[in-house]
Design a protein around this ligand. Sequence first.
Ligand SMILES: C[C@H](O)[C@H](O)[C@H]1CNC2=NC(N)=NC(=O)C2=N1
Length: 109
Amino acid sequence: MESDLRRGGCQPCEGGMAGLSAEAVQAGLQDLPGWRLDGHTLRRDCHFKNFYETMAFVNAVAWIANREDHHPDMEIGYGRCVVRYSTHAIDGLTANDFICARQINALLA
Ligand SMILES: C[C@H](O)[C@H](O)[C@H]1CNC2=NC(N)=NC(=O)C2=N1
């Protein structure tokens, strides 16, 4: 499982796909700085100097979302963006959510 979270590239989201166990989610979070569990979503609160930087980030996240065909919910303010990932198809968390969260961390590194 851990290796699935490290490997890039999301799998297609389908109704029957397996959600991660609570243990797997906790294990994944150990290696995902900045993210926490918020209900059944992975959440990171990001802060920026100004609106321009916030929107540059939002656009980069949108680019990743379209490449991976895996889309977060985003809440945007002048200097902040809350990013939440879950897999809508199963209303839970899958490896896809961790794969995308890692890509967001790479953007912010
Ligand atoms: C048809 C398309 O691949 C699916 O609707 C994808 C699109 N992006 C998605 N994003 C997320 N977060 N969860 C999904 O289940 C999902 N499904």
